[in-house]
Design a protein around this ligand. Structure first.
Ligand code: FO1
Length: 325
């Protein structure tokens, strides 16, 4: 079955890498990435959207390959000068990166929606895929820790994820709306991929937008998730540490249970092959480590094939309680 319209839910570096692989595996324009904006914050009087920017830069091939975020060939002259003037310099904004933040903040002040602004930026960066914020209204992740309630970047960058996480809230979610383009993409998708992003910090904020979960449940396309937990740890970021702190097993099964009723398929790394039998939905076991374009593309192609088989079997019999596709 030709899977032409692919939608990916993404946040963080893992999500951006998966998006790059998917973009390489489908025709230009066939991929839509719905991106977490829970990490956004106001900084230096600018509105910073790290996950949108990380996805944009990775899809444009201009990202910093070491960190995964920010731009390649970057300088930090402004950051240095800012520090000398007593400004905040814990969040490393590069000189080229700042041009994007200035453009976005200027357009926001002119009243443009984040969706529209993001589309202007992806066109300017020559990105063929659609990149859509999860909402045009601000939804900000607040991390409730043993050191108090921390705005996301203060937890993630300033305090290097060291505080112990007790809970998360997504401030503003109740008045956020699913953008029209996001609803349309989910409804028309042939496949929906939950990228290997932090389930709590990258995917849950997307699901917190009222109506998003229902759109996913009603979307006819098969929905598959790539486990961000491999061999008992996370490839990058605090997902494993947070699972422990939230009293969960550090296992792909915790991710599966977290998204349970939403998923039709699950992708496990071969390091976790032995738990495939315990996963309630069809499972693909393969190499999920994405170290270069080839491995990102290979994983994406395997996911498309896997999803094609799911779609076939779903067409022969629809799961109880689901609308026949
Ligand atoms: N992450 C860091 O660990 N340190 C930084 O100084 C930092 C700066 C930064 C600047 C722009 C940007 O788009 C992302 C940046 N990130 C930085 C990454 C960011 O905090 C995270 O990637 C996401 O918010 C969550 O994955």
């Amino acid at each position: 079955m030709e899977l032409t319209r692919v939608v990916a839910l993404a946040g963080g570096v893992g999500g951006a890498k998966m998006a790059v692989g998917l973009q390489a595996a489908v025709p230009p324009g066939a991929l839509t990435v719905i991106v977490n904006t829970g990490d956004d914050f106001e900084h230096w009087g600018l509105t910073i959207c790290p996950d949108l920017d990380t996805v944009l830069y990775n899809l444009a091939g201009v990202h910093n390959p070491e960190t995964g975020w920010g731009r390649d060939q970057e300088s930090f002259r402004l950051l240095e000068a800012m520090g000398k003037l007593g400004g905040e310099d814990w969040f490393r904004l590069g000189d080229q990166d700042l041009a994007l933040h200035l453009r976005r903040s200027e357009w926001l002040q002119q009243g443009a929606r984040l969706s529209e602004i993001t589309d202007r930026l992806r066109r300017a960066l020559g990105v063929p895929s659609l990149v859509l914020p999860m909402s045009d209204e601000p939804v900000r992740t607040l991390v409730h820790t043993d050191e108090g309630d921390l705005p996301f970047q203060h937890y993630f960058v300033r305090l290097r994820c060291e505080p112990m996480v007790m809970d998360l809230s997504f401030v503003g979610a109740e008045s956020a709306r699913v953008p029209e383009a996001v609803a349309k993409a989910l409804h028309n998708a042939d496949l929906i991929v939950f990228c290997p992003s932090n389930p709590y910090l990258s995917i849950d904020p997307i699901l917190s937008v009222p109506g998003m979960r229902r759109l996913l449940q009603e979307a006819p396309a098969p929905k598959v998730a790539v486990s961000p937990i491999v061999g008992g740890t996370a490839i990058k970021g605090p997902a494993a540490k947070m699972m422990r702190e939230l009293g969960q097993m550090v296992s792909p099964l915790t991710v599966m249970d977290h998204f349970d009723e939403l998923l039709d398929g699950f992708i496990l790394d071969s390091a976790d092959a032995e738990i495939a039998g315990a996963v309630q939905v069809p499972t693909l076991v393969t190499e999920t480590l994405m170290t270069d374009l080839a491995s990102k593309t290979k994983l994406a192609q395997e996911i498309l094939t896997f999803a094609g088989q799911l779609a076939e079997t779903r067409n022969t019999f629809s799961r109880p309680g689901r609308r026949p596709t």
